[in-house]
Design a protein around this ligand. Structure first.
Ligand code: PLP
Length: 406
């Protein structure tokens, strides 16, 4: 039947000999030196490296304040706390995200409400957000899925009208911009993650940026058990040793060791972003007019940070399903992935009463999505291998006629 080379899944030669992961950190000698310097110094937790890292991040995104946390999840939890989310509240988010986004709502005893995605942008649909709002709605957590900013103007307008706090999950969006402004620079509260697959890493780590002084001070206090040592914040002061625990916080501190790595990585963020954009545009160019697949939608007024490159399969134009194509690409030694299983379909959420059919656009997207490898340390040849493998596999499973037989 075909002039296409035999797929590795059927015993053919794989497109490449070594496995290409979907994402990976890039640590160099200068990063290592920065960490070792801290280890030799006086502080290994909450010292000068934390402050320098926070300052660098705040400056980069254009926010007044940044507070570092032990993970992105901890950062998001803190943002939910300072936004005043508590038992009895509803918080609207997207189902197309990592479980942590909705889990943080549950940590606060509130109820996650899932607003379906826009089937074109894959981000939260503002019309769905409005449809899901009730008197109980306290906040909205949009996720800038894959690094492409959500429709912030619409979301903020609705939030303002209904008195909601907007907490942006920008775990994918460090360096992205919306209408000329960096994500994290002008929101109420914006969360970032420094997990190794994200744009810059501190091993584990996260941060919240904000322009509000009251949020900033509460975030700092939440990070350390709700404890303050500042005389101005206490009614009495029994002596120089005195501190007070004023609300229930956590130990969510990042170490200085990690902050040194994060700071060193921040110096490379723009070059990392350039490489991500270069590989993403190679993929866009290769797959734009290809039968059987849809490339990511790119609005005019936003610049994606390209954390992920998600190719969407057009299943009616293909003779098989996502699972087979996924397997076939793995056998070609291409480390594909799937982002995301809609949060409400996980067993824990089903036990809470969420059911299939709640967000049909996200559920359909899940059956058609494949994440291709995208990280700054990959080479142009690696990206070419991905393109070759996708072409080979999609060609093989194309409905003849639809693909013009070529
Ligand atoms: C990575 C990620 C998180 C959580 O960040 P951690 O640092 O892993 O805790 C939250 N939301 C999204 C969308 C993420 O991708």
């Amino acid at each position: 039947m075909s002039h296409t080379p035999s797929l590795a899944i059927y015993g053919g030669k794989p497109t490449r000999n070594t496995f290409l992961p979907y994402g990976k950190q890039w640590i160099e000698e200068d990063d290592i030196r920065a960490v070792v310097e801290v280890l030799k110094g006086d502080f290994i937790t909450t010292g000068p490296a934390i402050q320098a890292f926070e300052k660098k991040l705040a400056q980069y995104v254009g926010a007044r304040y940044a507070v570092a946390f032990s993970s992105g999840t901890a950062a998001l939890h803190a943002a939910c706390y300072v936004a005043g989310i508590r038992s009895g509240d509803d918080v609207i988010t997207t189902p197309l995200t990592f479980a942590a986004t909705a889990n943080c709502i549950l940590y606060q005893g509130a109820r996650p409400i899932f607003a379906d995605i826009d089937p074109v942008t894959y981000n939260m649909d503002p019309a769905e957000l409005e449809r899901k709002m009730t008197a109980r709605t306290k906040a909205v957590i949009p996720v800038h899925f894959t690094g492409q900013p959500a429709k912030l103007d619409e979301i903020r307008r609705l939030a303002k009208k209904h008195g909601l706090v907007v907490i942006e999950d920008a775990a994918h969006a460090l360096g992205a911009s919306y209408k000329g402004r960096k994500i994290g620079g002008d929101g109420d509260l914006t969360m970032f993650s420094f997990h190794p697959v994200k744009h810059v890493t501190s091993g584990e780590g996260g941060a919240v940026t904000t322009n509000r002084r009251d949020y900033y001070e509460k975030l700092l206090q939440f990070r350390s058990h709700g404890i303050t040592r500042e005389p101005a914040k206490m009614r009495e002061r029994e002596g120089p040793w005195f501190y007070q625990m004023q609300f229930l916080g956590f130990n969510y501190r990042l170490t200085d060791i990690q902050a040194a790595l994060g700071l060193s990585q921040m110096n490379k963020l723009d070059s990392f972003l350039r490489l991500r954009r270069k590989y993403a545009s190679m993929y866009n160019h290769a797959f734009r007019n290809k039968k059987g697949v849809t490339v990511p939608f790119q609005p005019e007024d936003v610049q994606s940070a390209w954390h992920l490159y998600v190719l969407r399969l057009r299943l009616p134009e293909l003779t098989t399903d996502r699972k087979t194509i996924f397997h076939a690409l793995l056998k070609e030694n291409i480390g594909v992935n799937v982002h995301y299983i809609p949060v409400h379909l996980h067993p824990y959420y089903r036990r809470l009463g969420y059911t299939e059919g709640l967000c049909p656009h996200a559920e359909l997207f899940y059956r058609e999505a494949i994440t291709l490898p995208l990280f700054p340390k990959m080479s142009e040849e690696d990206a070419q291998d991905v393109i070759k493998a996708v072409n080979k596999v999609i060609q093989y499973y194309s409905v003849r006629g639809v693909n013009g037989g070529c």
